[in-house]
Design a protein around this ligand. Structure first.
Ligand SMILES: Cc1cc2nc3c(=O)[nH]c(=O)nc-3n(C[C@H](O)[C@H](O)[C@H](O)COP(=O)(O)OP(=O)(O)OC[C@H]3O[C@@H](n4cnc5c(N)ncnc54)[C@H](O)[C@@H]3O)c2cc1C
Length: 255
């Protein structure tokens, strides 16, 4: 019977979804449509809470601001009374698929679910300087598929010290010939093969660190390096990696 699938008390659900960005909201939608009770935990700070507009989704001719996409998602999910939201950071999960899972949040609150979906996203390693977050998604990016096309013909500073950064600079070269690469690191790990490719494409490599930036209202105009070079730019593409946010501690059941 369908009702047997549900754990209906306030602190229980069929599925606990940790993360309420596009990933977690999509998981909630699909589970709700299979008639499951779902709890979505979200602290509201992830890749989808910056200022970017997504231009690569079919069906959004003017693009869609990611924050707006989250709001549309929440609006869509509001039609399902088997989805509930909890504004808490989950700090630990314990249990297993046989006995179910317990998610614990700050303050010691806990919830029980038959399944757990981790949709906690990743955090990009953007250069940090005072006010850096206002630039993310406006003139500071990381993804050529997402934001390369809008930057064609512009002055781009690629920031990174590896072949991944060199590769991004080479790909961006199909959209603009005004590119520089700044390592922003103690080491320059770009391989001789990529160094040669950058040189052939007339992309200068500057082995220095960001000391300060010039710009306002989210739009960078220049980066100042520790050695006092002033690098003018329209956009910065940061290729310095990404890591998962602090994931909830995971404890398997002891029996
Ligand atoms: C500048 C920029 C431009 C981009 N442009 C595009 C684009 O044009 N097109 C495109 O397709 N993609 C683009 N992206 C990527 C896109 O934003 C991400 O792929 C998307 O946001 C990933 O969604 P997510 O749900 O996996 O993670 P997130 O959006 O990061 O959401 C994760 C959520 O989980 C929550 N969370 C994390 N840990 C916990 C916890 N322990 N407890 C409770 N909640 C928690 C966070 O608060 C957050 O709200 C861009 C990203 C950036 C930064």
């Amino acid at each position: 019977m369908v009702t047997d699938l549900h754990l209906t008390s306030g602190n229980s659900a069929d599925a606990l979804i940790i993360g309420g960005g596009p990933g977690g909201l999509s998981a909630a939608l699909y589970l709700a449509r299979y008639n499951r009770n779902v709890l979505v935990f979200d602290t509201g700070h992830g890749r989808s809470t910056h200022h970017q507009t997504n231009h690569n989704y079919l069906g959004f001719p003017d693009g869609i601001a990611t924050v707006g996409l989250r709001e549309l998602g929440r609006e869509q999910l509001a039609r399902y009374d088997n989805i509930r939201f909890v504004h808490h950071r989950v700090t630990a999960v314990s249990g297993d698929a046989d006995r179910g899972f317990v998610a614990t949040a700050q303050g010691g609150h806990s919830w029980h679910g038959r399944a757990v979906v981790l949709a906690t996203g990743v955090l990009d390693h953007f250069p940090h300087f005072p006010g850096w977050e206002q630039y993310v998604g406006r003139s500071m990016f990381w993804c050529i598929t997402c934001d390369g096309y809008e930057n064609r013909g512009r002055d781009i500073l690629v920031v990174g010290h590896t072949d991944a950064a060199a590769g991004e600079a080479m790909q961006l070269h199909s959209l603009t010939d005004r590119i520089k690469l700044l390592t922003n690191s103690e080491t320059n790990q770009i391989s001789p093969r990529f160094q040669q490719r950058l040189e052939n494409a007339n992309i200068p490599v500057i082995h220095d660190h960001i000391r300060a930036v010039e710009g306002s209202e989210g739009y960078l105009t220049a980066v100042i390096t520790r050695n006092d070079q002033r690098l003018e730019l329209d956009s910065l593409f940061s290729i310095q990696g990404a890591t998962p946010p602090r994931r909830p501690a995971w404890h398997r059941s002891s029996e």
